[in-house]
Design a binder for this molecule. Structure first.
Ligand code: BMA
Length: 322
C-alpha cells in the first residue's frame, strides 16, 4: 500500500525563483507577490518588498516565461503614499485582478498603520501609473481580492475582517468600487484541531472554472512552536459567489522545503497570485516562502476540482453550522 498523500502542487525545480540577491536595490525580504499575465504574455509579479526599517512597498518583476530572466524595476514601483495615512507602516500582500470592462488591473492590498491593517484598492493599466481608491475596508481587515466581473450591477470583493466572531472570509458588493455593502460571511474558520482552525484568509484572487469559483485559501494552525500557514480549497457558485458549494477537508500545500520552513517567519507558504497557461488548465501559483523569498508551484485545475469532489462534502450554509 502507498502511504503518500497525493501531490497536487508541484514545486518548480528552480525554486526559490526570486530572492533578495536578484534585487537591484538593497532590501530585507521579497515575498507574497500578486501575479498576472500581461497582454503580450509576460508574467508580471508585484512583489511585497520589506526594507530594513520593517516597512513594505511593492515592486514589479517581469519575465517572459514566469520562471527566470526577471527584469525587476530599478526602484520601488508603489511606495506608501504621504497623503494616505492608512499606509504609514507600509503596503503589503497585493492581489491583482484584470477587469476587462475597465481595461485595468485592480490591485487590492493591505495598507498598514497605527489603526491596524486595512484593505486599499488601486487601479493601473501599466504597473507604472496607479490611481489610488484609498481605504475601502477599515481595520482590521486584509487578504482581499476583487472578482474580475460584475454580478448583476455589482462588483464583488473577498476579504478577511477580524470580528468578535473570529477571522473568517467575507464578501462585499459595490456599485462603484468605492462604496461596499451587502456583506456575507462566506467561509468560516473551523475549530479545534483542524488545519484551518481559528484563522483563515483568501490567498490568490478567485479562479474562474466551469464548475464555479475556486478559492485557494490559507489556514493558520497555532501550535506551541508557532504558526503553520497551509493552503486548502473551496468552490463557490458561479452566479451567486457568496454560496459555498464545496470545501476541502485537508490542506493541499504546506511548508516542507528549507526555504519555506526557514526565513524571517518560518513555516509559511503564502500565495497572493496565479497565472493560467494557454492550455487553460495549468495553474502557476506564486507564493511567499518564509516571508523571505518567492516560490512557484504548479497544479492542474481539473485535478484540483476532482480532488475537491473526493475530499469534501457539500457545504451547509454558513448560518446552519454549529
Ligand atoms: C499574515 C500576513 C502575511 C504574512 C503571514 C506570515 O498575517 O501578514 O503577509 O506572510 O502573516 O507572517
Amino acid at each position: 500500500m502507498d502511504n503518500q498523500h497525493e501531490v497536487m502542487f508541484h514545486r518548480h525545480p528552480q525554486n526559490p525563483i526570486l530572492t533578495t540577491a536578484q534585487w537591484p536595490y538593497a532590501v530585507n525580504t521579497v515575498f507574497n507577490p500578486g501575479a498576472t499575465r500581461l497582454q503580450d504574455g509576460t508574467t508580471l509579479l508585484l512583489c511585497r518588498v520589506e526594507d530594513r526599517r520593517g516597512i513594505s512597498h511593492l515592486c514589479a518583476a517581469r519575465s517572459a516565461n514566469g520562471v527566470d530572466g526577471w527584469t525587476i524595476d530599478a526602484a520601488p514601483t508603489l511606495l506608501p503614499a504621504d497623503d494616505h495615512p492608512e499606509e504609514t507602516w507600509g503596503i503589503e500582500d497585493p492581489r491583482i485582478t484584470y477587469v476587462a470592462e475597465l481595461e485595468r488591473y485592480v490591485v487590492a492590498y493591505t495598507a498598514y498603520s497605527r489603526a491596524g491593517p486595512g484593505v486599499s484598492l488601486a487601479t493601473t493599466q501599466d504597473f507604472v501609473h496607479f490611481e489610488r481608491y484609498g481605504s475601502i475596508m477599515m481595520p482590521e481587515d486584509k487578504d482581499a481580492a476583487l472578482f474580475p466581473c460584475r454580478f448583476g450591477n455589482y462588483w464583488a470583493l473577498v476579504h478577511r475582517p477580524i470580528s468578535p466572531l473570529g477571522a473568517h472570509i467575507w464578501m462585499a458588493y459595490s456599485p462603484d468600487l468605492r462604496h461596499w455593502g451587502s456583506h456575507h460571511l462566506i467561509l468560516a474558520a473551523r475549530r479545534g484541531s483542524w488545519w484551518d482552525a481559528n484563522r483563515i484568509g483568501l490567498s490568490p484572487p478567485p479562479i474562474e472554472t466551469p464548475e464555479g469559483w475556486l478559492l485557494i485559501y490559507h489556514g493558520v494552525r497555532q501550535t506551541a512552536a508557532g504558526c503553520l500557514y497551509r493552503i486548502g480549497l473551496a468552490l463557490f457558485d458561479r452566479d451567486t459567489p457568496e454560496r459555498c458549494l464545496r470545501r476541502g477537508d485537508a490542506w493541499l500545500f504546506g511548508p516542507e522545503t528549507q526555504y519555506e520552513c526557514g526565513g524571517d517567519v518560518g513555516n509559511v507558504v503564502f500565495p497572493c497570485g496565479f497565472t493560467i497557461d494557454p492550455d487553460q488548465d495549468t495553474l502557476n501559483l506564486y507564493y511567499g516562502a518564509g516571508d523571505t523569498c518567492i516560490g512557484l508551484a504548479t497544479a492542474s485545475i481539473q485535478a484540483l476540482l476532482a480532488w475537491l469532489k473526493r475530499h469534501s462534502a457539500a457545504e451547509p450554509p454558513v448560518g446552519a453550522r454549529a
